[in-house]
Design a binder for this molecule. Sequence first.
Ligand SMILES: [Fe+2]
Ligand SMILES: [Fe+2]
Length: 357
Amino acid sequence: MSVQSLDGLVKGLHHITLVTSNQEVNRRFYTEVLGLRRVKLTVNQDDILHRHLFYADEKGTTGSAITFFEWPDLPQGIAGLGSPHHLSYRVPRLDALPAWASWLRAAGVHVVGPLPRDGGRVSLYLRDPDGVSIELTAVNDQKLTAADVAELGRDLPRVTAITKEMRLTTFDHASPITSDPKLTARFFEKFLGLKDSFSLPDPDERDTTILGIGNGAMPDFIRYLASERASEGLVGRGSVHHIAMAVEDDRDQLKIKRHLDDVGVQNSGIIDRFWFHSLYFRDPEGNLLEIATKGPGYATDESPETLGSRLVLPKWVEPRRAEIEAFLKKTDEGNPVGWPPRYPVTPAMPEALTQTR
Ligand SMILES: [Fe+2]
Ligand SMILES: [Fe+2]
């Protein structure tokens, strides 16, 4: 298959999967503090004695789902090559950012910003209870100065609820790390039909650039932090496990699978994950990537009203429900993490490659 015929197949982000140490703290944070909905409570299909939790907007829209494997025994993750740095959710409007800052501070969460970023972007940064670095981004038509951004929240009344105007929508971007931006850009172009849109200085660290990768509609849904000094990371608690990009359907996914086979990129083959179909492979730095289909969707085995309210298991795992539930109960009893969490401090320079935890 020619590279041209891959153009437009990858539609943007599908979901981002991370690692949490405690499902209850995780649930309370993502639903009560960030206002998302749990749309699926299940187990990791490759490790069925551990949970897999999905949070998204009300409908489970493609590109809104953040998912977590619960692995209480993993060490704390370290961002680096193979272990992505942060992710960003888009919010509907600029004044949602000071509102989020007020709401999050009242909940005890450390935040940095809002800060003006490249283009018309303005971002607020925080960390979840496991230390995941999360950015909330609003996009303005024009570039704003620090003074403009400071002005945004000036007369804001105290925020006591997450309003419709604040709601997290879909992901703005995911930021893995690369030590070789040229090779990374070639990989996305030749193997996935995605463009290398720009390379900009990282506002938070010298000698680091931001490499934007995307398609015509979304030119930088992946924003690599690029530096020759980048070192090996470790996937653990509080880190991104993999980044999934969306394709429309099985046919488009198969085109990518065949192309990866033709050019010799090792991949998992297509796996039926029940709510979507998945294909896994790694970028040249070892970051785990996935191509997932938009359908069938989270409401395949639950009604839209009750999504995520009970433990659902893929059919082939259902016979082991009693064993799984007993194991999860034991895991919960032995889990030392509790609510309210002690939130990690967000470092002053949130997009710096090296951060103190
Ligand atoms: Fe970012
Ligand atoms: Fe995934």
